[in-house]
Design a binder for this molecule. Structure first.
Ligand SMILES: [Zn+2]
Length: 371
């Protein structure tokens, strides 16, 4: 099997756990944050830089790579690892999230989803089988089952119908996939904001059986309390001996909540996206570097950070770069934000090891300015 998971330690005061996830391209320490390389690149960074920041796994998007440059081209190049020169583990999503986000441009049937490309309006069809075929061509270590990320808000009826279809599609994904030696496949739990539907989804997806499970359809616009409630309800229902992945979460408070509920993996475009807009996360909270008050601030972005950016450049310099639209500004801010989250997860793992996760959370929140 491509994916092997070991829980090394369970936290005593929370549901957090420390683990080791083995993939064909290396071992990942969990809990882990995964930087997103949507179109086979973590925007503004070389894969070598991403690796040097301490990233152990990256995520890439099936929908985007299917449209451009095409999965067959990537297969011809020798797979995604070789094509983009990233030799660590890669997780690919199923394409479902992007396809369903197309709104009027898509039509759902039991068979799959027909949609028009957001680029040129051309017609395409992705089914569970097609999603697996594309991810097989990409050669990712961890593939995701084709699902519908239930929008928020959704009626009970719609959330149920969508969740049950996701279960049927998960079964088709599992049946279609064959190369379990080289590629793992995770099932996805849906069910919207309804506990009984989440419970039913966990039962159906774990009955099919996957080497790992993701929780989808959270952090989609619902209030934080509701997301925490659903997360805290759903995560413990998942098998203890399999990795658990919370999709689309990347702010420090959500990462803490995820880990505390028993999540092992998370991903989000947040750190790289806000970096390109000139917002950085620091131990003292978020900072908008374009702000005029930093024009003569010759200190580093974060007094506690020892990333490449903080070691070498001042707030004043980075503000100047953003102010005159120099691309180096986006690069330096991206380096810092990714490092910040990678370091945060490392600190979280150490805190679990030393049984002081809640203490560390309180310390972090106080400084960051949460609550
Ligand atoms: Zn830094």
């Amino acid at each position: 099997m491509a994916i092997k998971f070991k829980v090394l330690k369970e936290s005593t005061d929370t549901k957090a756990r420390l683990g080791e996830l083995e993939t064909p391209h290396g071992i990942i320490e969990t809990p882990i944050f995964m930087p997103v390389g949507t179109r086979a690149t973590v925007k503004a960074m070389t894969p070598e830089e991403v690796k040097d920041l301490g990233a152990q796994i990256i995520l890439s998007n099936t929908y985007h790579l299917y449209l451009r440059p095409g999965h067959k081209l990537i297969e011809e190049a020798g797979g995604l690892h070789k094509f983009m020169n990233w030799h660590g583990p890669i997780l690919t999503d199923s394409g479902g999230f992007q396809v369903f986000s197309l709104g009027d441009l898509r039509k759902i049937t039991e068979e799959g989803v027909e949609f028009r490309s957001h680029i040129d309006g051309s017609k395409h069809f992705i089914s569970p089988e097609k999603s697996i075929e594309i991810q097989n061509s990409l050669g990712s270590d961890i593939m995701m089952a084709f699902d519908e990320c239930t929008p928020y808000p959704s009626t009970y009826e719609y959330a149920k119908e969508s969740m049950e279809r996701t279960s049927r599609w998960a079964k088709r994904c599992k049946d279609y996939h064959h190369d379990w030696e080289n590629q793992g496949l995770f099932g996805i739990i849906q069910g919207g904001m309804y506990k009984d539907l989440r419970e039913q989804s966990v039962k159906e997806i774990t009955d099919i059986g996957f080497p790992g499970y993701a929780i989808g359809g959270l952090s989609v616009g619902e209030p934080k309390e509701l997301m925490c409630e659903m997360l805290d309800f759903t995560t413990p229902l998942l098998p203890k001996d399999k990795p658990r992945y919370l999709m689309g979460v990347g702010s420090p408070d959500y990462l803490f909540e995820a880990v505390i509920s028993g999540i092992d993996m998370a991903d989000c475009v947040l750190p790289t996206r806000i970096a390109r807009n000139g917002t950085v996360m620091t131990s003292r909270g978020k900072l908008v570097i374009r702000n005029g008050k930093y024009s003569k601030d010759f200190t580093k972005l974060d007094p506690e950070c020892d990333c490449y950016t903080c070691k070498n450049y001042s707030r004043a310099y980075i503000r100047h770069l953003f102010n005159v639209n120099e691309i180096l500004g986006a690069r330096l801010a991206t380096i810092h934000n990714l490092y910040f989250l990678i370091k945060l997860m490392e600190n979280i793992r150490n805190a679990i090891k030393e049984d002081r996760l809640l203490e560390y959370k309180e310390e972090f929140y106080k400084k960051y300015g949460y609550r």
